[in-house]
Design a protein around this ligand. Structure first.
Ligand code: ATP
Ligand code: MG
Length: 163
């Protein structure tokens, strides 16, 4: 399985990674964000929104009190935060499937709360503390679309690193 691991040393770097990812996402993409509390999931989401719906990027706040925020843009971004929901059963009642399988981009914090409801083709980003302001972000893809996306992201990330 292909994996891209990125260590960021400041919130701005995590946001910049989100911006790069956002610039590569096709409609219908699903980003599953998981891992440590305060790991940088919202920060990365801000970068994704900056790429696709720049006029809304400043609205991407942490902590998020809404379960879903909708940012209209070149591709609409649906930002979910399931921290306050215990799991699948409660989430199923909210009827989010139309967004999960729609033409926007879904960015889902605490995606581990989705079990049965998780789409098959997702790009997963795991956030872990790596001391002080460092965060280790491990990116994997499941499904053809996400594997292709990961391949492209890996190429672009290494190109950017050389600049
Ligand atoms: N390298 C880094 N990347 C991202 N955030 C960092 C980094 N270093 C320090 N931080 C700080 O860590 C915090 C990350 O917060 P953020 O809300 O993005 O995390 P989160 O994973 O969304 O948290 P939650 O689990 O509560 O939703 C911010 O206060 C940010 O300033
Ligand atoms: Mg958050």
């Amino acid at each position: 399985m292909n994996v891209l691991q990125v260590t960021t040393g400041a919130p701005e770097e995590t946001e910049a990674l989100g911006l790069l990812i956002g610039s590569l996402l096709p409609p219908g993409s699903f980003l599953a964000l998981r891992g440590d509390l305060g790991g940088g999931k919202t920060c990365l989401t801000r970068g994704v929104v900056a790429a696709l719906a720049p006029q809304s990027a400043h609205l991407v706040a942490s902590p998020t009190y809404a379960i879903m925020n909708n940012y209209p843009g070149t591709i609409p971004v649906y930002h979910f935060d399931f921290y306050r929901l215990p799991g699948d059963d409660d989430i199923a009642e909210l009827g989010f499937e139309e967004f999960f399988y729609g033409d926007g981009v879904c960015v889902v914090e605490w995606s581990e709360r989705l079990v049965e409801l998780m789409p098959a083709d997702v790009l997963t980003l795991l956030f872990e503390y790596a001391g002080d302001d460092r965060r280790l972000i491990t990116i994997t893809g499941s499904g053809q679309k996400s594997e292709n996306l990961l391949e492209l992201l890996t190429k672009r990330y290494h190109q950017q690193e050389k600049l």
